[in-house]
Design a protein around this ligand. Sequence first.
Ligand code: MN
Length: 456
Amino acid sequence: MPYEDLREFLTDLRERGQLVQVDRSVSPHLELSLITKELNDRQGPAVLFTNVQGSPLPVVTNLFPSRERAAMALGVGVDDMRDRWIEAMRAPLEPVTVDRAACKEIIRDSAALTQIIPQIVWHERDGGPYLPFGLCICKDPDTGRRNMAIYRIHMKGGNKVGMKLQPPQHGGVCYAKAEARGEPLQIAIAIGGDPALYIASQAVTGFGVDEIGLAGRLRGAPVELVKCETVDLEVPAGAEIVLEGRVLPGVREAEGPFGEFQGYYSGASMRQVVEFTAITHRRDPIYLATYEGRPPTNTHVLQAIAREPRYFTQIRDYVCPTVKDVYVTLGGAACYHVWVSIHQQAAGQAKNVALELLKSHLVKHVIVVDDDIDVRDPLQMEWVLATRVQADRDVLILPGMASQHLDPSQPAHPSGLGCKMAIDATIPYGHDYDKVEFSPDLVERVRANWGAYGLR
Ligand code: MN
């Protein structure tokens, strides 16, 4: 059975010993952030803070420190997650609309924004408190197709926030269309709800694909939506808190700095402003948040598991049907580094595989290896780099490509113009290297006898 909301997931986590409660008074200024980061780094339990200074709401963080936790949220084994994702992309499950919703128990004026949302400062040099884990829902002004994603939100006091909506992110595309007409973009920000919504929000899809449909298939049942009060949008009925508002056309104000997902501060820039029009929430809302910053974080886990199935199907369908595994690394901020293993069918195929991935602005370095290598094992990856690569033959350098703009090593940062690299670490097609290994039969026999040797 899928989880109906955040609370059901928290109950399950508590029963499994994967939720801890902190009742001691904790400062929203860096202290809550650092406790969360430490738990994240230890792949520790989720945490419920019941006494955050200045906040009437309890705060939950560290829901997704590992692939295992994300798989648990979907009710699948970690090895089955890729197939579940591929199925969701193939056949999204449309949401249903309901009339009554938990997220509507209380309906308030937008002036209550700073009373409701805990003002959490996550990094020492951030421009202010940030709301890091809101599901931002909007519609394409041309087609009415819905989009759901997580964007960074700078709390500025009053009923306004700063937001980073940058194309080719889909929310940024929707906003650009609305602004070109001189209209605001209606937006709703849902906090909490079924964890599948958070997983789906990180999907790599074409513009126009509704992430809420993906969430439905990922969780195995349609998501229930309810109409908003002041904007023409629908939001997950089981959310804890919903902020309704409009991204103003023609308005830019300083937003940032913020400690970003690639591990560096991104400076302040003139960015979009959201003016809220209503707030709805449960009678006793829980505020869900997450630590963003230097990898690995919860967000990197969600991004890695969302990107791998997309890249896998791309390679399988267009370049190499015999692809074995695609690994988006956490150290690469679940963005820049993709390691791929393939069974080669033609000379040079590994380089084509690499180019298929490098066409994404997100991907910076690709390593392609043969299918005898486990791309998720750093020691094996280092071994093939050491023994199967001749740099003059196997390294492709591609300067001047549109790239993820937060990479601070780019020469004209933050222009987004960057250099990409592919490493073909496969054995040249038709050749073989004289690899030292034991025959599978012998390995199996010795392992079967392990106990008989008196070994454990
Ligand atoms: Mn989208």
